[in-house]
Design a protein around this ligand. Structure first.
Ligand code: UD1
Ligand code: CA
Length: 478
């Protein structure tokens, strides 16, 4: 659809007050730059050039990850948006269309960009500027239209007269140019402005003077054109994207009871008829299948949740949760957890790098690490898979239909055979054959009268004495 896309992202981002380059701050699961490149995607540009400067190495390595085909162009000194474009197009030949946008404008939707391109083409303009009616236009370049409605020029805030400052229509920083006209105009930019910089916006007047036709094309939703310059605007942008993502899912048949407290990354996939209760964060590459119920107050990062699963008040990362599985409340699933269909991970259970087989349950207060549990097994309350000897991690294998007694320590590496039992409170250090009962604990002995001897006069002694008297009386009565 377009030939060249140029993303300006060299700025210092001073107002962020951050060690991280501005365009690498993240909202809704992508960096600011990631959002811009994502919305560009649908336009299929032949080439994408990203002008980098401040935090160059970090921005370049991020770019290599998210858009390996994009070309990073280094702007050593920040001499303005015009200068940035000058460097970006240096040596580039094209007779097509160039789209220019800023790396700090994350809310532009693909459809708005498509409409912009369509309007530009339909009007056969030499250049077009996307504009917005901004309720607070301060800081933005103001749009000066001619009597014919076409764009005369853009006046920066610092160079604007008091009258011009009253104009609410502003330059969004998104432009389309006939490449040859852009190239010619850029070579003629001058630094005769309040900031002594080369302004890309001055290219508009130059193109007009050369007989070009320049349009100001209004974007109906000004929030799409908002730039992020500080952390307050970052939070505003995050909230706008949160609402937009939630609306998309709700239109698609997902129940989100409290969209205001539900943070779903733009990168998440949710099927119709999923229910999301208040206070959830659903992040990264998470995918949720139909009929699942998530929340309240649940975090899912890079998880796959299958149909009909229920995940309540839990924190899960890098895990797969099987169909109709039951998780929570207060469950911590770490990377590499795979819960098969109809399985359960209950209250105060932590699981990492382990498979829990179909129908198997870890209902209460357990730690399961580096384990493989077969089908239909039950792990008793407060069982610990002792996977770490202080130096290395070892695996535990639990077979099918196993009954691990409450408070068992399974000291890995260890294998529990199919159908085997362990006695409650056992420390299991040796493999248990199929069908065996493993008892790994000292036999109980009762030291009679110990409290009378060692704790005489305490509440325990008084209670014990009373209990003994009662028993004696009862015995006497018989
Ligand atoms: C610019 C526009 C203004 C518009 C606003 C929209 C100009 C002169 N002004 O102002 O009309 O309303 O954007 O947000 O263009 N950048 C570089 N190299 C530079 C300078 C800037 O890469 O030397 C990048 C920045 O990183 C940023 C973008 O260009 O992503 C815009 O620059 P910025 O300094 O933020 O321009 P504004 O003052 O916001
Ligand atoms: Ca800006």
């Amino acid at each position: 659809m377009i030939d060249q896309a140029i993303v300006l992202a060299a700025g210092e981002g001073t107002r962020m007050k951050s060690q991280t380059p501005k365009v690498l701050h993240s909202i809704a699961g992508r960096t600011l730059l990631g959002h811009v490149l994502n919305s560009l995607d649908s336009l299929n540009p032949k080439s994408i050039r990203v002008v980098v400067g401040s935090g160059r190495e970090e921005v370049e390595s991020h770019l290599a990850q998210i858009a390996p085909d994009a070309i990073a162009v280094f702007q050593a000194e920040r001499n303005g948006t015009g200068h940035a474009v000058q460097i970006a197009i240096d040596g580039v030949k094209s007779n097509g269309l160039a789209l220019i946008l800023a790396g700090d404008t994350p809310m532009l939707s693909a459809s708005t960009l498509q409409e912009f391109v369509a309007a530009h083409r339909a009007g056969k303009f030499t250049a077009s500027v996307m504009t917005a009616e901004h309720p607070d236009p301060s800081g933005y370049g103001r749009i000066i239209r001619g009597d014919d409605g076409l764009l005369l020029k853009i006046v920066e805030e610092r160079d604007a007269t008091d009258d011009q400052k009253l104009i609410f229509e502003v330059n969004s920083g998104v432009y389309l140019f006939d490449f040859a006209a852009l190239s010619n105009a850029i070579s003629k930019l001058k630094r005769d402005n309040a900031q002594g910089e080369l302004y890309l916006t001055d290219a508009i007047q130059i193109i007009r003077e050369n007989g070009g036709k320049v349009a100001a094309i209004l974007c109906e939703d000004f929030t799409e054109t908002l730039g992020v310059n500080d952390r307050i605007q970052l939070a505003e942008a995050a909230a706008i994207l949160r609402d937009r993502v939630a609306e998309r899912h709700m239109r698609n048949g997902v129940t989100i009871l409290d969209p205001g407290s539900t943070w779903i990354d733009d990168t998440v996939a949710i099927a119709p008829d999923v229910t999301i209760l208040p206070g959830c964060a659903i992040l990264g590459s998470t995918a949720i299948a139909s009929g699942a119920v998530i929340g309240p107050r649940t975090t899912l990062q890079d998880c796959a949740v299958n149909s009909g699963a229920v995940v309540r008040e839990s924190n899960c990362t890098g895990s797969e949760i099987g169909a109709n599985a039951n998780v929570g409340p207060f469950t911590f699933l770490r990377a590499g957890t795979v819960l098969a269909n109809d399985s359960k991970a209950g209250a105060f259970v932590e699981i990492k790098n382990s498979q829990v087989g179909t129908g198997s349950k870890v209902p209460h207060l357990s730690y399961v690490g580096d384990a493989e549990i077969g089908v239909d097994s039950n792990i008793g309350a407060a069982t610990v898979f002792v996977n770490y000897d202080g130096i290395n991690k070892h695996r535990t294998v639990v077979g099918d239909a196993v009954r691990i007694g409450s408070d068992t320590m399974l000291v890995a590496p260890v294998v529990i055979g199919d159908g085997a039992y362990t006695a409650a409170g056992s420390v299991i250090t040796d493999d248990v054959p199929a069908g065996a009962m493993a008892v790994g604990r000292a036999k109980q002995r009762n030291i009679l009268g110990w409290v009378r001897l060692k704790r005489s006069g305490t509440g325990s002694d008084i209670a014990a004495t009373k209990a003994t008297e009662n028993t004696t009386t009862e015995t006497e009565q018989k």
